[in-house]
Ligand binder design. Structure first.
Ligand code: UD1
Ligand code: CA
Length: 474
């Protein structure tokens, strides 16, 4: 892709060694985000399961092999902790506007590349296709002496965006910030989303020409009029889908963007074979994967690194967080966190899987059950209001109603081990650490404080072993 960005023949004076990246990307993220009214920096607010900044970074990573430069401000520590080595950083000590923010990147980037792409960190919905169109147009613009190419879009709700002023002939003349607009300019519906492509040499030379606005800021947008004043054509690619251009300045914008992104994500999964009864009430993080022929009922929330297999039926009213679900599973009205289900597992209604729950193929877990840090072997039945924590449970074990692994002795968590084909009677308390052997049984209401050998029956409080010949099913 960077081949597109080789210097145009009209600029033979540009000599760039082969190892120098053709394209550098600067993401402006040093704003104070006052309009969010938050302790958290705006670009770390979550949108469909990813922090806002992640959208800009992914876009940058798709467009150029050179690491993006992020301009950070007072939010530096939190932001750098989140983004780490994915970016290079420059600091803007004083918030003196977008032009001043970009100026901070000059020492790091001057002479480094032929083209600089700049965008704001609060524009998460812009697509790679639109950016590719911008780069392609810039390439053409350069060939005719242009140094600045940008995106625009049209909307009747300007949301504080800068207005695109054009000549009678239709050429771009300037971007005018809303606060500086004449009443007539306020009516302009072509807007500046804030994504620009510059000839690098020209950019680093021209930033000094931006003058202080009456608001006390250096506006990056002034570069348009500066280029035009020098007789350099400014070209604009118009993006027709205005939903790409939702900037996030307030929490209302955040919710609007969430809805737009939800629509985009859900459409993608429906096109990939996932059925949704009500897409508007189906919440899927951008990070989740879902197999075909899975049905999602209303009120399903799929978060984080969750992966859902094919042919499942999930919901209604179910949250799945960082959980892997196999094929053909059924999960209704449940909360699943950090867990794993093999194939054909049946969970709920009203079940809770907590961190480290592993349900093997064919497990049935009914209502009001909770499983934490435990493995349930193939075919385990756990039908009604039981708690299983820190346990290893073999194949085809029956956990009757009201069984509890008493895993916590007040200071430590202890393990319960249950062998294959064991039968744990209703209301059994398994006081861990304790082992129930393969094929063993416990009587209803027993409190098991000692190990039960394989094949034996234990009953009572505390549970005692019955003679072996009584260990037959009732
Ligand atoms: C800006 C544009 C406006 C455009 C809109 C689109 C300017 C002057 N105006 O306005 O034309 O329609 O975006 O979203 O550029 N930032 C810094 N340092 C600063 C100021 C801002 O790094 O000193 C960063 C912010 O973190 C943010 C971005 O620049 O990511 C844009 O700043 P913001 O204050 O949101 O600009 P807008 O008023 O939205
Ligand atoms: Ca903004």
């Amino acid at each position: 892709m960077s081949d597109d960005l080789q210097p145009a023949s009209s600029r033979p004076f540009v000599t760039t060694p082969a190892h120098v990246p053709a394209l550098d990307i600067v993401i402006l993220a040093a704003g104070e985000s006052t309009r969010m009214r938050s302790q958290t920096p705006k670009v770390l607010h979550m949108l469909a399961g990813r922090p806002l900044i992640d959208y800009s970074l992914r876009l940058a990573e798709a467009l150029s092999p050179s690491r993006p430069v992020v301009v950070v401000g007072r939010n530096a520590d939190a932001l750098m902790a989140q983004v780490g080595a994915r970016a290079r950083y420059v600091h803007q000590e004083q918030r003196l506007g977008t032009g001043h923010a970009l100026l901070q990147a000059r020492p790091a980037l001057q002479g480094a590349s032929q083209t600089v792409l700049v965008f704001y960190a609060d524009m998460p919905l812009i697509t790679q296709e639109s950016m590719q169109a911008l780069l392609a147009l810039h390439h053409q613009n350069q060939a005719s002496g242009g140094v600045l190419t940008m995106l625009t879009f049209t909307s009747d709700s300007p949301r504080g965006f800068g207005r695109i002023v054009r000549s009678a002939a239709g050429d771009v003349l300037a971007i005018v910030e809303e606060a500086a607009c004449t009443p007539e300019q306020l009516g302009i519906t072509e807007l500046n989303p804030g994504l620009y492509c510059y000839d690098a040499d020209w950019l680093w030379r021209s930033l000094d020409e931006i003058t202080l606005s009456p608001k006390g800021e250096y506006y990056l947008t002034d570069l348009v009029a500066i280029a035009v004043g020098q007789g350099r054509p400014v070209w604009a690619h118009h993006v027709d889908d205005a939903s790409e251009m939702m900037g996030i300045n307030t929490r209302v914008h955040l919710a609007e963007a969430e809805a737009a992104l939800r629509e985009r994500i859900n459409r993608r999964w429906m096109e990939a074979g996932v059925t949704m009864i009500d897409p508007a009430a189906t919440y899927i993080d951008d990070t989740v994967e879902i197999g075909p022929d899975t049905l999602l009922l209303p009120g399903v929330h799929l978060h984080g690194q969750s992966r859902i297999g094919a042919g499942c039926r999930i919901g209604p009213d179910t949250s799945v967080v960082d959980t892997i679900i196999g094929r053909g599973c059924r999960v209704q009205r449940a909360v699943l966190e950090n867990s794993e289900l093999e194939d054909h597992v049946d969970v709920g209604p009203f079940a809770h899987l907590r961190s480290g729950a592993y349900l093997a193929t064919g497990v049935h877990m009914g209502n009001f059950g909770e499983v934490k840090n435990s493995r349930l072997g193939p075919g385990v039945k756990m039908g009604h209001f039981s708690y299983v924590g820190d346990a290893a449970i073999g194949q085809d074990v029956n956990i009757s109603a009201g069984v509890i692994t008493c895993n916590f002795d007040g200071s430590r968590k202890n393990q319960t081990i249950i062998g294959d084909h064991a039968f744990i009677g209703s209301d059994t308390m398994l006081v861990a650490p304790v082992t129930v052997g393969a094929g063993a049984r416990t009587g209803a209401g027993s409190v098991v404080t000692r190990d039960v050998p394989a094949g034996r029956l234990a009953v009572g409080v505390p549970a005692r072993l019955r003679p072996s010949d009584e260990a037959q099913p009732d």
